[in-house]
Design a binder for this molecule. Sequence first.
Ligand SMILES: C[S@@+](CC[C@H](N)C(=O)[O-])C[C@H]1O[C@@H](n2cnc3c(N)ncnc32)[C@H](O)[C@@H]1O
Length: 689
Amino acid sequence: MAESSSLSPSKEDLIQLIKRFGAYLTIKMSNLFSISFHNLDFNCPSHYKPNAMMCSSPQLFLATVACSIAKNSFPLYDVLLLIFGNFSFVLECRRKICSVFQPVIFGVLTLFYCYQDSRSVGAIAGLALAIVFTWRLVRSPGGPQRRQPKRQAPTTSTSVPSTESNATLIPSGVSSPPEDLRAQNVVDEFFQPVTCRLLGVVLEESSPEEIQAHQATVRSSVLEVLLEITKFCDLYLMERVLDDEKKDPSSFGKCGGFHIRWFGQRQGVYADADFEEGELVLKDPILVGMQHSSNKFDCLVCSSCFRFVGSIELQIGRKLYFQSIGVSANGGCDGETFSRISKDCYDASLSHMRTHENLENCASSSSSKDDIPVPKKVVDSLMNGGLVLPHSTEFPLPSAISCPGGCKEAYYCSKLCAEADWKLSHSLLCTGERSKSLSREALSKFIQHANGTNDIFLLAAKVICFTILRYRKLKADYLKEQEKCPSANALDCSDLSLLLEAWKPISFGHKRRWWDCIALPDDVDSSDEASFRMEIRELANTKVFSLEIYGHIIGMFELNNLDLVVASPVEDYFLYIDDLPEPKKKEAEIITRPILDALGDDYSVCCEGTAFFPLQSCMNHSCCPNAKAFKREKDRDGQATIIALRPIRKGEEVTISYIDEDLPYEERQASLADYGFKCKCFKCLEEQP
Ligand SMILES: C[S@@+](CC[C@H](N)C(=O)[O-])C[C@H]1O[C@@H](n2cnc3c(N)ncnc32)[C@H](O)[C@@H]1O
């Protein structure tokens, strides 16, 4: 080919070497993967089944994240630094190796990713992609821009742009002696003098002579590095962040009226002021939160602040419509059906041009289609704004704004909320056409799966995306700053420190692995607890993608999350009508009564979900707490509200109850065992046998 013929012999040699490295690594990886893929088909006891299913879907998500990171030139050398702990080595080899490793990683990830989706066809597609990338590397920099052994190392901490990524998939085989000699020349030329230290670190051989004598062999530890990187890329770093952050005293900041303090191994929230009984102690904004998937049929709320949106009519119309097609919060359909109905109908219910036909399509998979006492025409008019209920103007709601990515799953109360959520995490989790995710298909599968099993997985995904996006922003800001004033920056702004900073808001959460803190199912005897946890762990650990980090995050939510509850304005509306003086009440009820009857007992379902509140997550439990999470009439969004149950003095620890504190002692301790501790509060000490 034209490109090859124009290459100088030394460049050809270099390419040969890269190819051999890459081929060896890739084949090694592929072998590992192919072994692991076959292990993905779990065959587990029925009550563990959902957990088994949970494994493959997070993998899809992690693969997407990892691909995205590889594509965005994530600081590969930081991972090397963590693993080798040798900064000078990393600096030196970053310049040389990244251009080989990163392409290989990207190729391997592509291969893996495609393989995940559709086994053999996908694998071929992955191979094709990898070959294309290889060709691109071989071609670039191309023309007169030859290999430059003495090229300056990049001065910024950014790594090699991903557009140069590739994977070498030419079989390595056994090299012939001339090839070895040529390789040696390349090693001499290319690796000398600075990269001599690669010998014995990346390669088994410790001197150029050895390479001459044998074929160069990549050390298994380097293979492990690659394996680690392909496992979770930045997520590997996050584990370090977890450890480091906990030990960093500067992170125990003041938080407006409170401070977080460590007491032995435990952190807690301490008051910086006096509070009287009934006083608002704290409003803790949500860091990441979500409405339960099933609750979306009952309430249309802002995906960012969880305020109700649309109108009273739209809220009622949607609920009646979903009732009519037999879908409700307790509908109990599988994940896929659930996601499909949710997505199609969620959108259809907001569309003013919606017809009965497409609603009917939405309903096609629902089992029970009861007659509804409110005519369909009325339901339609409620949803499309054709019917205005009496006095509903007293309860104005912000208009529902669609997701800027076009996913039809998220709606917002304002442009501000839409933008905030997009920047915070949704841009990577959106399944719409403007999503920043690399694979919308994989994401959709992941979301479907989470909807059908445990939607806390979605929250964990939000946390990961939150960290990635925050990291990228910090990095961009830093580079901009550098550009403006290159000499001014005396702060530590390495990628790792930026990542630590990005992770900081999450780091307050108390973390235990999911399989350590998951509640024991009723049908598992406590004497079998150890083996149960082991089994869950094994199910979660698929060799390819260790779910350690993901498990940490999910575990954190199991321990720290507070229920997210926002009262429904529909309830207020009907109470208002009920309180109207006659004859206004009678007049209004001519219209509202049949609607209220049709809605039934569930007319006032709250918005329900789960959320991570950074400060609240640091609050410890007491069976005689001095505060509680409690929403007042005016608290109409998702923020956590903590109210004093008795006077709290400055310096006192603020405690809440994780359980029903009126239960008998034994039952309280049994419930708290799920949180991994035995309560020793005054009440427990008094009541213990
Ligand atoms: C929501 S976190 C509270 C913050 C936590 N102390 C930390 O260090 O991050 C819940 C965890 O804190 C610990 N914890 C909370 N209350 C406790 C108590 N009364 N005694 C012992 N441990 C407690 C348990 O490990 C529990 O799983």
